[in-house]
Design a protein around this ligand. Sequence first.
Ligand SMILES: NC(=O)c1ccc[n+]([C@@H]2O[C@H](COP(=O)([O-])OP(=O)(O)OC[C@H]3O[C@@H](n4cnc5c(N)ncnc54)[C@H](OP(=O)(O)O)[C@@H]3O)[C@@H](O)[C@H]2O)c1
Length: 248
Amino acid sequence: MSQLQSQVVLVTGANRGIGRAIVAGAIQRGAQKVYAAVRSLASATALTSEFGTRVVPLHLDLEDPKSILEAAKSAPDVTIVINNAGILQTAGPLADNAVASLEFQINVNVSGLLRVAQAFAPILKANGGGSLVQLNSVASIKSFAQAATYSASKAASYSITQALRDELAGQNTQVISVHPGPIATDMANQAGMADIAEPPSLVADALFEAIQKNTFHVFPDTLARQFGQAYSGYAQAFIEPLQQAVAH
Ligand SMILES: NC(=O)c1ccc[n+]([C@@H]2O[C@H](COP(=O)([O-])OP(=O)(O)OC[C@H]3O[C@@H](n4cnc5c(N)ncnc54)[C@H](OP(=O)(O)O)[C@@H]3O)[C@@H](O)[C@H]2O)c1
C-alpha cells in the first residue's frame, strides 16, 4: 500500500484509540511523515518507538489556541489534517452538570475543530489544497439521551464540518466527515459500549479510502453503516451537494 507516499499527515489525539490506529494506517500506506499531535509529548513515545522517525510528535491541546497555532507553525508541509481528538462525558439533559458538561465538550469538540481549521486551512491551501478530516459520530445525527451533551457537541461539529466543506472548496481542500458507531477504545469503554465495539483500524481504513475516493460522509463500522444507509437519501439531497465555492 503506497497511496500516501507523497503525503504529510497530522493527527490530533494521536497517542491512543482511533488516533493511534490512524497513525498506524498512515504509516502502513507509506505517508512521508506523520505529525502525532498530542497533549503530552511523553504520550507519543510508544508511537516513535514503534514507527520510527517518520512519526514526529507535536504538542497540541484543543483547549489551548496558542498550542494549535504553534503546532501549525511547526508543520508547514502538512497536506492531510485529521482532527480526531475528542472527549465524551455522559450527561443527560436533566443532569445537574448538563450545562457545564455541554460547555466543556463544545469547547473541545467544536471550538477545537474551529481552531484547527483556522490554523491549518492556510497551510493546506499553500500546499495545493489537501484534506481536512473531522471525527464526528453517529451521535452527530442522532442524540443518545445518556450522552445528550456529547451528542449535541458532535451534532455541532458535524454542522461546522459541512460549512468547512463548502468554505474550503474554493481552495481545493477536500473535507471529510467521519461518523463511527461504537469503536473499541477507552471512550467506548467509558460509555459502556465495549461489548459491541469494533476495532479502531476500521475507522482508519474507511477514512483513507474516503480520501482516495473523495467521499464526504464516512460510516466505518456495522452500526454506522446502518445509520449511513438510512441517512443517505437526505444526505445526498441536502448535505452532499456543494453550496458554493468561495475563493480565498
Ligand atoms: N470510540 C468510539 O466509539 C467513537 C465513536 C464515534 C466517534 N468517536 C470519536 O472519535 C474520536 C476519537 O475517539 P477515541 O474513541 O479514540 O477516544 P479516546 O480513546 O478517549 O482518545 C481520545 C484522544 O483525544 C485526546 N484528547 C482529549 N482531549 C484533548 C484535548 N483537549 N486536546 C487534544 N487532544 C485531546 C486524548 O489525549 P490524552 O491521551 O492526552 O487524553 C486521546 O488521544 C473522538 O473525536 C470521538 O468523539 C469515537
